[in-house]
Design a protein around this ligand. Structure first.
Ligand SMILES: [Zn+2]
Length: 428
């Protein structure tokens, strides 16, 4: 007998809190860096819950964890053909994947990532409890090293899964102590045996806290995320000339510090003039020799530019480059730039976004379409299958902090939307 699937509030909220206790230090701060002992403890707990729920657990070579239902490994047979996906999108056994990550930043909150993984597991369990048989398999995924604190790049597990980074390179990434991800995963027992990317989903859904203030500010409960900002990071080095702060006339200076300040105000003005569609941040700035009475000889700063439109992001990069040329001549300094990160903006699958929007409205929740300001695993999965995200409000827009908070009501509302959309996709 089947009945209408429903989210078990106590089970979901209890697990979010329980996982949030794993990886706390003596002072109570939560830190679960990828491949750490805390990561192992959290993975073990998650795998225990997946197994108890009757899911088949598979771990791939980069440590991504997949819980599959109905039971039985998905795509394992084809993994003997190196890297070839078992099931292309549209094939009958291609699963619907729900996922996120359970690694954290240093001194983190309990919701970032963990919420999406545990809600994915809850959706599968609620369908199973209701006695329904989905038309397609369901998979809940926890991707390795999304935060990128210990190993670069961030979103690593999902990037490897999507074929954007060779497994070998990911495993060779070293932390500040020289420990590679491959060594760390072997140490904690999560160096899996099958080829990343073997499980090729027909659709990917990621439920996540917004990590920004937009939903709360608008009084909305659900964000149907239709795109994700592109990111451009560069390091700017300005070389001037150190000299005496008292004896050097202003017009004879080659002041790297004053030039750096002009870069900061240029970017702020540029972003303001864009009406907020482009955001720009100088988050680091270092002077040399860094003394109160010496004109800075050198300034090193970073620029973080983001926009949901690639042409506008390129325009911002070009405008900055042109400004730096003018500034170099005007301030008599030498300026060099180095590109650190560049991810194009991502447009999520329109059909999935519409389903999310419609599900929220069917559940009488206030929803809005929106852009993700942060990077997420979903942007990597979007390279290989239709993907979209569901956001819930972050209190005061705070994230990557112990003050990160989302109300139980909003957490459950997000899980219900995920269940609703998954049920539609699974023909339930
Ligand atoms: Zn996250």
């Amino acid at each position: 007998m089947t009945r209408t699937p429903s989210i078990d509030a106590d089970r979901l909220l209890g697990r979010i809190r329980a996982l949030g206790q794993i990886g706390r230090d003596a002072s109570g701060a939560l830190t679960r860096l990828a491949g750490s002992e805390a990561d192992k403890a959290a993975r073990d707990t998650l795998v225990g819950w997946m197994t108890d729920a009757g899911l088949t657990v598979q771990v791939d070579a980069v440590g991504n964890v997949f819980g599959c239902w109905p039971t039985g490994p998905i795509g394992l047979r084809a993994s003997t053909v190196a890297g070839r996906p078992a099931a292309a999108p549209g094939a009958d056994d291609a699963p619907i994947m729900l996922g996120s990550h359970i690694d954290t930043v240093v001194n983190a909150g309990i919701y970032d990532g963990a919420y999406g993984v545990l809600a994915g597991l809850e959706v599968i369990e609620s369908l199973r409890d209701a006695g329904v048989s989905p038309a397609h398999p369901l998979v809940v995924a926890a991707f390795t090293n999304e935060e990128g604190v210990r190993y670069t790049p961030d979103m690593m597990g999902s990037l490897v899964h999507a074929g954007g980074l060779p497994v070998r390179e990911a495993l060779a990434a070293a932390d500040s102590e020289g420990v590679t991800l491959g060594e760390a995963l072997a140490r904690i027992g999560y160096a899996g045996s099958f080829m990343p990317g073997t499980i090729r989903p027909r659709a990917y859904l990621e439920l996540h806290i917004e990590q920004g203030p937009i939903l709360e500010h608008a009084g909305d409960q659900i964000g149907a995320v239709e795109n994700l900002q592109g990111i451009s990071w560069q390091r700017i080095t300005i070389a001037g000339e150190a000299n005496h702060a008292g004896t050097t006339p202003m017009h004879m200076r080659r002041d790297a510090g004053a030039a750096a300040a002009r870069v900061i105000t240029f970017l702020r003005d540029y972003a303001h003039a864009s009406q907020g569609v482009t955001v720009a941040t100088v988050g680091t700035l270092r002077f040399e020799p860094d003394a109160i009475n010496i004109i800075p000889a050198r300034a090193t700063l970073t620029a973080d530019l983001r926009d949901r439109d690639n042409a506008r992001l390129q325009a911002a990069e070009s405008a900055l480059a042109a400004f730096l040329d003018t500034l170099a001549a005007d301030a008599r300094v030498d300026i060099t730039t180095e590109r650190l990160v560049r991810f194009d903006p991502v447009t999520f699958d329109a059909t999935l976004v519409t389903l999310i929007d419609a599900a929220a409205r069917a559940l009488n929740l206030r929803a809005r379409r929106m852009t993700s300001g942060a990077g997420h695993d979903a942007q990597m999965l979007a390279r290989i299958c239709p993907a979209a995200m569901i956001f819930v409000p972050s209190q005061a827009g705070i994230s990557h902090s112990p003050r990160e908070h989302t109300s139980d009501t909003d957490l459950l509302a997000g899980a219900r939307v995920l269940l609703h959309v998954t049920s539609r996709l699974a023909g339930v």
